[in-house]
Design a protein around this ligand. Structure first.
Ligand SMILES: CCCCCCC/C=C/C(=O)SCCNC(=O)CCNC(=O)[C@H](O)C(C)(C)COP(=O)(O)OP(=O)(O)OC[C@H]1O[C@@H](n2cnc3c(N)ncnc32)[C@H](O)[C@@H]1OP(=O)(O)O
Ligand SMILES: Cc1cc2nc3c(=O)[nH]c(=O)nc-3n(C[C@H](O)[C@H](O)[C@H](O)COP(=O)(O)OP(=O)(O)OC[C@H]3O[C@@H](n4cnc5c(N)ncnc54)[C@H](O)[C@@H]3O)c2cc1C
Length: 651
């Protein structure tokens, strides 16, 4: 080790950094600061992000210090307090809802602030509301003069939207809609911010005019008084109770009994009921599902990819300071990061975190192009937007959830402690596999789109951005899809009804959709890496991660690639050898690669993942803060003391 490196190590250790972690930062093959800037989109963005993080973290109102010891009610109250304080902070700092700062604010606060569904409420109005409705409701919501929610899911239906039972009947005499949840299964159940916070909500209900059903449409409904927050007449509303996580959000239930709203309250950018009861629609009726499409893309960054980045940071830093067992007899216990199995657990998750960061940029670019067309009432891209948003939401949430769990389990017992931060990340990201569309049904939407194109051989799809232009090239997807299509057609030609034939192909179709999305992710990652400049060693280390992500996909699905000889056994041996060799190479950059995510200790909120690696001291210090260590347990006086004294008397 040269003198400068030795001095850097000494300085780090003197500043309190665990020497096992400090030494990992001496050999980075790239500039961490420059990679951070690349992830942020430039050094100026990094500066702004850091300034906003500093402004938030220096404000005690946003502290998460005792979060792991709080009850559901305490977590909810803290989340509301932060949301209300944020409005004051934004005014003080000159930050605005549409300003460049907002994404950094919610990136830091995500998972700990209330009114996330208030933002989805606003998005629904912005996307589906007429200009007049936007002008009326968005200012009220922006100023928090009303608090919104998004009420679509019912006790009896979440996936099958055509089966929703809430009704909205047009009353031509009063120019109103009469809303009802006619039976218990029609009760709205799950809407976030509804349990205790919301004053208004967008209710999705089956529209009836002159006795005819026009399908599911969105209606703005006031559910609580703006004077005393009491439920409005005909409204029964409350909280659905404890959940696996999401204590920062009060998911609620809602029953409606003859609740009347003005005709103007049906969101009518793309469809409306005129005063004489005439129903008019521009474009697909499925446009009323468009909020979900936008949220499926918008949640990926802060609600899904960020938890994986944080979990990788915690688990890799911990693996650099945790020494356990002897790798080489006679030497000190090894860092667990030096075990090949630990590398094979963690480094593919790190590669995925980088891959999804870049695919997220690509998805937003695709989505923005399609959304502009739709705003101009050109609905041609709607099916493709739906197909790719469904598939990628399902794939990224599934992969990140699995990845966070692997990181948790790779930290042994300390990973299971809430103080590690990993259980909260896991139970939070797990929800993303369910909300905004349960993953299986969304994969099937992607597969359905592909099958329709395959069967109709639509050539124009060959060239589309997320289309099937590689179908003839990309093996795994094309084989799975082609065999499913062939099976589908064979079953139908053999007399099976279409729905039954479809059902019998769905397992393979889900696999095909997963392969399709995985391939696109590899493709985008490769194209992104090719465009990187190699100043500061960034392109080289990103190439390693890209290769590892691709090889991990083949290594983990070897059967599909060996199937019908796409890869020979000898070639699979080469894949395995390259894959394992890469683990050892990337291991040397593992800590600098997570340092580049640039999480502060406060944003990680983890006793295992802090920058200084002083894990044991922090675990013990944080455990002392537990209320259970602040008082004699009541159980002693009531139960233990009598028990022990009873036993004592018999000794
Ligand atoms: C900051 C935010 C923090 C996040 C916190 C969490 C917030 C969570 C909120 C929620 O969970 S809100 C509720 C979310 N619910 C869902 O996502 C419901 C999932 N189900 C569906 O989307 C649909 O039911 C379905 C699974 C897609 C099936 O659709 P449908 O019931 O209509 O039947 P199909 O016959 O399959 O489809 C008919 C037709 O419509 C097309 N289509 C379906 N959905 C869309 C869409 N979103 N956009 C455009 N087109 C759509 C579908 O492709 C079919 O088209 P054709 O093939 O008939 O042309
Ligand atoms: C944390 C959280 C927050 C939420 N927030 C909101 C909110 O703010 N607003 C709101 O409206 N909703 C919200 N939801 C509800 C969420 O959108 C639904 O739970 C989700 O859409 C799944 O529907 P479901 O619960 O009815 O599950 P189901 O659809 O009953 O799914 C159960 C199982 O059935 C399978 N299945 C269902 N249909 C099919 C099919 N056609 N083919 C094959 N398999 C099928 C599924 O794959 C799954 O395995 C939230 C949920 C959670 C967990």
């Amino acid at each position: 080790m040269g003198v400068p490196l030795l001095k850097h190590l000494q300085d780090s250790v003197l500043s309190g950094v665990n020497p096992d972690l400090a030494s990992e930062r001496l050999t980075a093959s790239f500039s961490v600061e420059k990679l951070t800037a690349r992830l942020d989109g430039g050094a100026e963005h990094t500066r702004m992000r850091r300034a906003i993080v500093e402004a938030i973290e220096s404000d005690p109102a946003f502290s998460r210090e005792n979060q792991y010891f709080q009850s559901q009610n305490e977590r909810y109250e803290a989340a509301v307090r932060r949301a209300v304080h944020l409005q004051k902070k934004m005014r003080e700092m000159g930050w605005t809802e549409n300003g460049p700062e907002i994404k950094y604010i919610y990136r830091w606060l995500s998972g700990d602030i209330a009114f996330l569904l208030h933002r989805v409420f606003m998005r629904s109005i912005s996307v589906l509301g007429s200009d007049k409705q936007v002008a009326k409701w968005i200012p009220l919501a922006t100023e928090h003069q009303i608090i919104g929610s998004y009420a679509q899911t019912e006790l009896g239906h979440g996936t099958y939207l055509q089966g929703l039972e809430t009704t909205a009947v047009f009353d031509i005499a009063t120019q109103e809609f009469l809303l009802n949840t006619p039976k218990i299964s029609a009760m709205k159940w799950w809407p976030g911010d509804m349990g205790r916070s919301a004053t208004h909500t967008v209710v999705f209900a089956q529209l009836y005019v002159h006795g005819k059903c026009y399908g599911v449409h969105p209606f703005i409904v006031q559910i609580r008084s703006l004077q005393d927050h009491s439920p409005r007449p005909g409204v029964t509303v409350g909280d659905i109770g404890p959940k696996m996580n999401f204590e920062h959000t009060d998911n609620g239930y809602l029953m409606l009994q003859n609740v009347r709203v003005p005709r103007e309250n049906m969101l009518s950018r793309f469809c409306e009921v005129q005063p004489d009861g005439t129903y008019v629609r521009w474009g697909s009726q499925k446009i009323n599902y468009f909020t979900m499409t936008t949220v499926r893309i918008s949640i990926l960054s802060d609600e899904v990819i960020l938890p994986l980045m944080k979990a990788c940071t915690i688990a890799i830093r911990y693996s650099a300071v945790r020494r356990q067992s002897k790798l080489k007899p006679g030497e000190q216990e090894a860092k667990i990061l030096d075990y090949q199995t630990q590398q094979q657990k963690l480094l593919p998750q790190l590669a995925a975190a980088y891959a999804f960061h870049f695919i997220n940029i690509y998805l937003h670019e695709l989505f923005d192009r399609g959304y502009q067309e739709i705003q101009g009432r050109n609905f041609d891209s709607l099916p493709e937007l739906h197909a790719f948003s469904s598939g990628f939401k399902a794939m990224v949430t599934q992969y990140c959830t699995s990845g966070v769990e692997i990181c948790l389990r790779a930290c042994g017992g300390h990973g299971y402690s809430l103080l590690s931060g990993l259980p909260s990340l896991y139970t939070r990201v797990l929800a993303s596999c369910i909300y905004e569309g349960e993953n299986t049904v969304l994969f099937l939407q992607t597969a359905r789109n592909a099958i329709l194109l395959l069967i109709t051989h639509k050539s124009e799809y060959e060239t589309s951005a997320c289309g099937l232009e590689y179908l003839s090239k990309f093996f795994q997807f094309s084989r799975l899809l082609s065999s499913s299509a062939a099976k589908l057609q064979h079953l139908i030609q053999s007399g099976a009804e279409k729905h039954e034939a479809w059902n019998q192909c769905t397992v393979q179709l889900v696999k095909a959709a997963q392969a399709h999305c995985h391939y696109i992710t590899v493709k985008i990652f490769v194209e992104t890496v090719e465009k990187l400049d190699n100043k500061a060693g960034i392109q080289k280390v990103m190439k390693h991660l890209c290769d590892l992500f691709a090889l991990h996909g083949i290594f983990s699905n070897a059967g599909d690639f060996l199937y019908d000889g796409y890869l020979s056994g000898a070639q699979m041996d080469l894949v395995t050898a390259s894959y394992l060799d890469l683990l050892a190479v990337i291991r040397m950059d593992a800590v600098p690669l997570v340092d580049a995510f640039d999480f502060t200790d406060k944003s990680l909120n983890s006793a295992l993942g802090s920058y200084d690696g002083q894990v044991y001291q922090r675990l013990y210090e944080w455990a002392q803060k537990s209320p259970t260590n602040q008082q004699v347990s009541p159980a002693y006086g009531k139960y233990l003391k009598p028990l022990l004294q009873n036993r004592l008397s018999k000794l």
